[in-house]
Design a protein around this ligand. Structure first.
Ligand code: QAP
Ligand code: CO
Length: 168
């Protein structure tokens, strides 16, 4: 197992559209384990493969307080079941230190493969539904800052670029 490096905005690799996972193999499960380790170390509640520079449609989530509810979604497909939007103060491991309000549908249905490659369908609501949509956006090369005004997005980009320059 390993803690992997997380790409940070505005890294252009975060704009890559991920391809479907062709088959869920032992390598896929190793990658999933590394993604959980990376997410828990951060610490975060969700991580998409895109964020660790792996461009396959795979994401992990754990919104539990005690980190006891690891959830894996491979090749996820979302359908909105209730178009009512809810606001949530979102953050992102790829945009460290910034939280902004984003509106998204509160109830969705998801069909995906689990870590054994078995298909499942579930209805999600609340933070779990929000987090899943945020992570699927990553797989499509999209970030939560894309929902903000260009002014806010530019401010965040400049602040992060400065921090990255001082660090790297
Ligand atoms: C996505 O984000 C999410 O800025 C997951 O300094 C978050 O795990 C979806 C984190 C909120 C919906 C609502 C962020 C850690 C973690 C930071 C995360 C930071 C350290 C973010
Ligand atoms: Co994110």
């Amino acid at each position: 197992m390993a803690v992997l490096e997380i790409l940070e905005f505005p890294d252009p690799r975060l704009r890559t559209r991920a391809r479907p996972v062709a088959a869920v193999t032992a390598d896929t499960r190793d990658l999933i384990d590394d993604m959980f380790e990376t997410m828990y170390a951060a610490p975060g509640i969700g991580l998409a493969a895109t964020q660790i520079n792996v461009h396959e449609r795979l994401l992990v989530i754990d919104i539990s307080e005690d980190r006891s509810d690891p959830q894996v979604f491979i090749n996820p497909e979302v359908t909105v079941i209730d178009p009512e939007l809810g606001e949530y103060d979102e953050g992102c491991l790829s945009v460290p230190g910034f939280y902004e309000t984003v509106n998204r549908p509160q109830r969705v249905q998801v069909t995906a493969l689990d870590r054994d490659g078995k298909s499942f369908t579930r209805e999600l609501e609340g933070l779990l539904a929000i987090c899943l949509q945020h992570e699927i956006d990553h797989l499509d090369g999209k970030l939560f800052v894309d929902y903000l005004s260009p002014l806010k997005r530019t401010r965040i980009r400049k602040k992060l670029e400065k921090i990255q320059r001082q660090r790297d």
